[in-house]
Every structure is written in structure tokens, then in C-alpha cells.
Design a protein. Structure first.
Ligand SMILES: Cc1ncc(C[n+]2csc(CCOP(=O)(O)OP(=O)(O)O)c2C)c(N)n1
Ligand SMILES: [Mg+2]
Length: 331
């Protein structure tokens, strides 16, 4: 399958090849989720479906730089993180459709996707609940004698939980290799950040714990890639934790079917002009790397891959009803 995480891409400055890879990854996420929405509306997909359309630059800029054994802890808005980390698209869709060939045999669904082989250690429905997992993973690697960074994605809403402060404090105290990646889309469900707090920037919450932090334009994949590359290099070298805040925007509801009453005040049109895919194409054109034709080809390849994933998932049976008991109890 094209795109996704590489075995050992390292962290280097963006070049034409790297930019093409980010473009392909963003198109794969966009095409997948645009197809997922009608599948969810026609009840082919089970459980809540949280789309990340408009936020693809964060997943792509971060996950494509990680090795398979550098784990990612995702949240409820997990499709982009999973695809960019290398989870097979067909197996991901089969999981969301509750099919036996899903990456968790169809028993988990969208908020419990796990793929150990690719270091995708999971979506979770517990807002903020993934933060300590990442610190525990980074601590475990330290105890085993290596600095293996863990990355955790969380939203601006998760930054308001108590466990966020506890986790950042311990990461700082122990100086473990963890990169906290905040996707600040300005909303937690239907509530704007301004209704939760007077602290506008999540990166400001790191300073009291003496954790280095940066806020970047989360719709500029080149900038996300560049700053995350530095954080990753620091973490791999034993330099301790880092918090990367990516300012972004989800172009659709909190979940598919969100009535959206609050969206009248949301500036979708202004954000559409800052669409991360179009921006990368303009940057690549200016750098002489590729133009919009390359983007169209990447889009077409992504849409073909999605159709193959749909056929794969639809061809997969539902799990044997006896399986949950078999997996729950030890013999
Ligand atoms: C512990 C917990 N509290 C509340 C919820 C309900 N909930 C689900 S998503 C969400 C908002 C999360 O916002 P944010 O972290 O900013 O992520 P975003 O949805 O914007 O990507 C909330 C409150 C939950 N799932 N878990
Ligand atoms: Mg949010």
C-alpha cells in the first residue's frame, strides 16, 4: 500500500520526495474519510465516527517520521493517525465495519483500533486517557536501556483534564522521551476553547512543568514536519519531553451526524482557504518540486486505494459470535 509510515525514515529536512510523501499521506486520509462518511450514514460503519477532514497535516507531518517501533497513542479522532502510522487501509475499514479481517478482528471499532506491528497503540474513547500510556511507554523504554520515543495525540479539550497536568509533570520529572502532540482545533465537542479557559495556547501549559513547547500552524504540513523532526531528534537523543501544539480546524462536525447548531459561528470558509493539501501544493510549486497535476495523481491513487479497501472490508465476514468469550477468558 502506498504512503504510511516507513521502517526507518529518520528525521530530516523536507525535500521533494518528502513533500510528495506528505501529499500522498494527506490524500489517503482525506479520501478515506470522505468515503467513510456515507458508509457511516448508511449504517455500514458501527459506533461513533469522528472525522479529521482539514486536520490531515498533523497526522502526516508527525507519523511519517516515526519508525514502526516508536509507538503512537491516538485518541477518538484516530483514522488519520492510524493511516499515517502505516495501518493497512483495508484492515482499518474492516475494523470500523465490525468485520473479522479488521485489525482487532472487528471487535473494537473506531475508538479501539490497535495495530501492534506498526506501533499504533491505539485509539481511545477516554479523553486524556492516552496521555499516561505514552509516558509509561517512554519510561519502559528507559528502563530497558534505550531512548525509544512515544508520541501521543490529544486535543485542546484533553488539555483541560487533570490527567494532562499530572502526565506532563511526570514526563518532565523523569525526562522521558515523549512528544505530546496537541491538535488544537478550538473545540471540545461543541464547546469553544474560550468557554473552558482563559489560556488560549496549550503550549503555555507546558512551561510551569519546565517542558519545552512550540505552537505551529497545524495546517502547514511542512512546518509541522520541521518542528516535529527537531522534537523527535531531541527525544531520541535523551533530551526529554516536548509539547508540540498544532493550530488547526476540523471542517466537519464533532462526529458524523453532529447536528452542528454551534457551527454558525465557525469560520469554515476562512479555514478552507488554508486547506493543508492546497497549501502544500502551492509551496511545492514555488520550490519547483511538483505542481497541481501531481496532486491530482496522488488524489486518484488514494481514491483507488480507498475503493480497494471498501471491497476488502465488504468481502470480510462478521466475526464468529463465540470469539469474544474465547478472547476474554483464559483456558
Ligand atoms: C474522560 C472523557 N470525558 C468526556 C468525554 C466526552 N468527549 C468525547 S470527545 C470530547 C471532546 C474532546 O475534545 P478534544 O480533546 O479537543 O478533541 P477533538 O474532538 O476536538 O479532536 C469529549 C468531551 C470522553 N469521551 N471522555
Ligand atoms: Mg478539540
Amino acid at each position: 500500500m502506498p504512503g504510511g509510515a516507513a521502517a526507518d525514515p529518520g528525521s530530516q529536512a523536507l525535500d521533494a520526495g518528502g513533500a510528495e510523501r506528505l501529499l500522498a499521506t494527506m490524500w489517503r486520509i482525506r479520501a478515506f474519510e470522505e468515503r467513510l462518511e456515507p458508509l457511516k450514514r448508511s449504517s455500514m460503519v458501527h459506533g461513533l465516527t469522528h472525522l479529521s477532514i482539514g486536520q490531515e497535516a498533523v497526522a502526516a507531518g508527525v507519523c511519517t517520521q516515526l519508525r514502526d517501533d516508536e509507538p503512537v497513542y491516538s485518541n477518538h479522532r484516530a483514522n488519520g493517525h492510524a493511516l499515517a502510522k502505516g495501518v493497512d487501509m483495508g484492515r482499518l475499514l474492516a475494523e470500523l465495519m465490525g468485520r473479522a479481517d479488521g485489525c482487532c478482528r472487528g471487535l473494537g471499532g473506531s475508538m479501539h483500533v490497535v495495530d501492534v506491528a506498526h506501533g499504533f497503540l491505539g485509539a481511545t474513547g477516554v479523553v486524556g486517557g492516552n496521555l499516561p500510556f505514552a509516558v509509561g511507554s517512554a519510561l519502559a523504554s528507559r528502563l530497558l536501556g534505550r531512548e525509544r520515543p512515544a508520541v501521543v495525540f490529544f486535543g485542546d479539550g484533553a488539555a483541560q483534564t487533570g490527567i494532562f497536568a499530572e502526565t506532563v509533570n511526570l514526563a518532565s520529572l523523569w525526562q522521558v522521551p515523549v512528544v505530546f502532540v496537541c491538535e488544537n482545533n478550538g473545540f471540545a465537542e461543541f464547546t469553544p476553547r474560550s468557554a473552558h479557559t482563559r489560556v488560549e495556547r496549550v503550549s503555555d501549559l507546558a512551561a510551569p512543568f519546565r517542558v519545552a513547547a512550540r505552537t505551529v500552524d497545524g495546517n502547514d504540513v511542512a512546518e509541522v514536519h520541521r518542528v516535529f523532526a527537531d522534537a523527535l531528534t531531541q527525544a531520541r537523543a535523551g533530551g526529554g519531553p516536548f509539547l508540540l501544539e498544532c493550530l488547526t480546524h476540523r471542517l466537519s462536525g464533532h462526529y458524523v451526524g453532529d447536528p452542528g447548531g454551534y457551527r454558525a459561528a465557525v469560520e469554515d470558509e476562512a479555514w478552507r482557504a488554508r486547506d493543508p493539501i492546497g497549501r502544500l501544493v502551492r509551496q511545492a510549486d514555488a520550490a519547483g518540486w511538483f505542481d497541481v497535476e501531481r496532486s491530482r495523481a496522488a488524489e486518484e491513487a488514494a481514491r483507488d486505494e480507498v475503493e480497494a479497501a471498501v471491497a476488502f472490508a465488504l468481502g470480510s465476514p462478521f466475526p464468529d459470535p463465540g470469539i469474544p468469550a474465547e478472547l476474554t477468558y483464559a483456558r
